[in-house]
Design a protein around this ligand. Sequence first.
Ligand SMILES: Nc1nc2c(ncn2[C@@H]2O[C@H](COP(=O)(O)OP(=O)(O)OP(=O)(O)O)[C@@H](O)[C@H]2O)c(=O)[nH]1
Ligand SMILES: [Mg+2]
Ligand SMILES: [Zn+2]
Length: 338
Amino acid sequence: MPDADKKFASLCAWGWTEDWVQVWKTLSPAPTHIPARVLAEQRDYLDVITNDGPQRAEIKGRLRKHGAVQPTIGDWIVLDDSGQVDDVLPRRTCLRRKAAGETQDIQILASNIDWIFITTSLNKDFNPRRIERFLVAARDSGVNGPPSKVALIFTKSDLGLFDIDAAKTELQDRLNDITVIATSTRTGAGLTDLRKLIKIGQTAVFLGTSGVGKSSLVNALIQHDTQVVSESRSDDDKGRHTTTGRSSFLIPGGGVIIDSPGIRELQLADGTVKIEEEFSDIEDLALNCKFTNCRHETEKGCAIQAALKVGSLDSDRIESYKKLKSEIEAKASRVKKH
Ligand SMILES: Nc1nc2c(ncn2[C@@H]2O[C@H](COP(=O)(O)OP(=O)(O)OP(=O)(O)O)[C@@H](O)[C@H]2O)c(=O)[nH]1
Ligand SMILES: [Mg+2]
Ligand SMILES: [Zn+2]
């Protein structure tokens, strides 16, 4: 082990490598400054891990200024001797999405990630087009180097609600050669395979809708009931958005796992959060339309027109949905012109 590595040996489990040592050197930080990794973001501070253990770090000074790189979960940072973040080491990978609201800002969901675990249960949550969009975001995650690797994790295999081979067949051309693991926290199926993927020093993040069982898998991996889990709604099987923030955990004998709140879409455009809240039934239906850019008018394979036809969707409701959607689009194009 090189000397510099030895100096911060206990950070190696958290992903500190010889490569980071080299990056560290190029920043030539003051001798009193130390490397740390961001494990969670709180409102006024960050939870970080240093070679001496966990501590809080404050973001002050020039990093507060507009345009500065904001430290985010997964980042390696330069921590000064008063517990303040002095700098952010350039990211290897980061998982991004457009931030909500009238902005073109990009929100970073996690950085320096080796594995993106796209989780889906094999019940009503299973949706090939959503998986496809998660895959696109994953492919786009490389910053300084290749993108994060992706595995598709089927959850709750014990329920036997859906044929896993049928699901794979449906996804085939989208999957290429990515790893697929069927898991159950009830029977333990697939957990060994999942654990094996995350090598010591690597970091993985769970992505998926609320209630698919991300936190349950985190607890299984870290062998401790740290993350709160809660029952999905009994009527429609949707989750309750139990996890509200992102946080990182060390897997005994393995790497780092990040739990994240349920997320339905990665490329959230301006205003769609509101639409999603108010019209989640329609947005769900629309995911089954044949074309991603379906206007739900006369297109072939439109799931919304089909629902109108059989009477499971009210025509007033789709009209108000379209109205709101066109308002948002008009607003978005005004913002862009500025
Ligand atoms: N049958 C079965 N139920 C499971 C399994 N894993 C999790 N669940 C249940 O699914 C529900 C949701 O689990 P969570 O782990 O809270 O789901 P989550 O993805 O973290 O949800 P959010 O935090 O809301 O995003 C809970 O009732 C769990 O007990 C499984 O393997 N099999
Ligand atoms: Mg959760
Ligand atoms: Zn449609």
